[in-house]
Ligand binder design. Structure first.
Ligand SMILES: [Zn+2]
Length: 429
């Protein structure tokens, strides 16, 4: 979808709907604005149900202060205007009260973003702005002061968060990523002590090589490929809705035949991914004009060495990741379903997926179909796309139940004898 070609009012409605439906704000909390090339600020209205916003509800504020529209602009308009005055390159501001970041705002601190590598790249610097009454000029000044220091995200004490960007999608992506970081930190603290990445580890990640593949123009598209494209897009959207993927993070691939597979492109918004956006990779060549996920070579290596694997997902579900960040063992012998799907979960050190993909590849087997890469991601393999998605969903569910159980008492594992019984009943090797 060409999001930037949509009218500002439509962009605001779409992003607000996404924030509200993903439980990242309440019905009346939060506001978003866009500064257009005429100097007009388009902003969400005050006091209107965020779950039923339409383009006609959006207010247009002229540079002279005149307002066009049927509602009053958000009471937080002054701080939006102050951010645009302070940072000339900024074209969009997102403000809301997402639960994990509000928890941080109550402690008057910002969540550490160095527990996984990408938030640093996506968000940049994060600051904290002093408390003031909502809608006041002083609140605007407090926020603008922190943005002036080069922060792209600001925690507002006892209130919420504001992010900015050169367009509304980048402001939203920073907002979503920071909320994810907050959630990840909170879940990690329930388990143990989060381990941060060192600056060297983050630099290693930034310098990783995607591997350059030559291009080819597909001569034909089989019905199987068309079906696979459609099915993958549906599951990618579902993974996004379930917070297994983020807007520009999360990779799926599916084998078509032999050394040919489909994979998600790099950087594209997962919610609006369309069948034509997926990238076909045949014998190490990529479909012309498209950029496959940076993990494409790891996917290819797995398919070549494991003929029974036909689908792979790389995801960042917060509860599973908390185990990788606190270096806590995730034992799937919780309920039979979890054990049958996940079996034994291997853990790889940070960086192994791009410095030593063979190591990851060798860890995978029928009795260990998943690998948790510390401070990075969860890799899931499956016999089919559905089987792979099922394992991914069950993993996050299992991690969540384990974290909750540990907060009630000491979880009891299914015993070795009971495991043998399950192996026999379900014909597991
Ligand atoms: Zn607010």
């Amino acid at each position: 979808m060409k999001f930037d070609l949509l009218h500002p009012a439509d962009q605001l409605v779409m992003i607000m709907d996404r924030i509200y439906s993903n439980n990242m704000t309440t019905m009346s909390g939060g506001n978003i604005s866009i500064l257009d090339e005429n100097g007009d600020v388009w902003i969400t209205p005050s006091g209107i149900d965020k779950g039923a916003l339409t383009r006609g509800d959006i207010c247009q504020v002229k540079p002279d202060g005149g307002v066009i529209g049927r509602h009053k602009p958000s009471v937080e308009l002054p701080f939006h205007q102050k951010v645009y005055e302070t940072r000339r390159e900024v074209r969009a501001v997102v403000h809301a009260h997402p639960p994990a970041l509000v928890s941080y705002s109550l402690t008057r601190t910002a969540p550490p973003t160095d527990i996984i590598p990408t938030p640093h790249i996506v968000i940049g610097k994060v600051g904290v702005a002093k408390y003031e009454v909502p809608g006041s000029r002083k609140l605007g000044e407090n926020i603008a002061k922190i943005f002036a220091q080069g922060c792209n995200a600001v925690i507002m004490e006892n209130h919420g968060v504001v992010t900015c960007g050169e367009d509304v999608f980048s402001a939203f992506e920073r907002f979503e990523t920071l909320e994810y970081c907050a959630e990840l930190n909170i879940q990690s603290h329930k388990l143990g002590k989060p381990v941060s990445l060192t600056p060297d580890q983050i630099d290693l990640f930034k310098a990783r090589h995607a591997g350059i593949l030559g291009e080819f123009i597909p001569a034909q598209r089989s019905s199987q490929e068309k079906e696979a494209r459609y099915a993958m897009c549906n599951l990618i959207r579902r993974a996004y809705g379930k917070k297994l993927f983020a807007s520009s993070q999360g990779t799926f691939s599916q084998r078509l035949d032999g050394d040919s597979f489909l994979i998600t492109p790099t950087g594209a918004d997962r919610l609006y991914l369309e069948p034509a956006d997926l990238v076909r990779v045949d014998n190490g060549w990529r479909e012309a004009g498209k950029k496959p996920s940076r993990s494409v070579l790891l996917h290819r290596m797995i398919y070549r060495q494991h003929p029974d694997i036909n689908a792979i997902a790389i995801a960042y579900p917060a509860n599973v990741m908390a185990f990788g960040i606190t270096r806590t063992e995730l034992d799937a012998r919780t309920i039979p379903e979890s054990y049958i799907m996940m079996r034994s979960l291997n853990r790889a050190p940070f960086g192994a997926n791009f410095t030593d993909p063979q190591k990851i590849c060798s860890m995978i087997s029928e009795s260990a179909p998943l690998v948790l890469v510390e401070n990075d991601s969860l890799l899931v393999t499956g016999k089919s796309l559905l089987n792979c998605f099922d394992k991914l969903e069950v993993s996050e569910f299992t991690a969540k139940t384990l974290i909750s159980a540990k907060n009630i008492g000491e979880p009891v594992k299914i015993s070795d004898a009971e495991v043998l019984e399950i192996n026999k009943a379900f014909n597991l090797k």
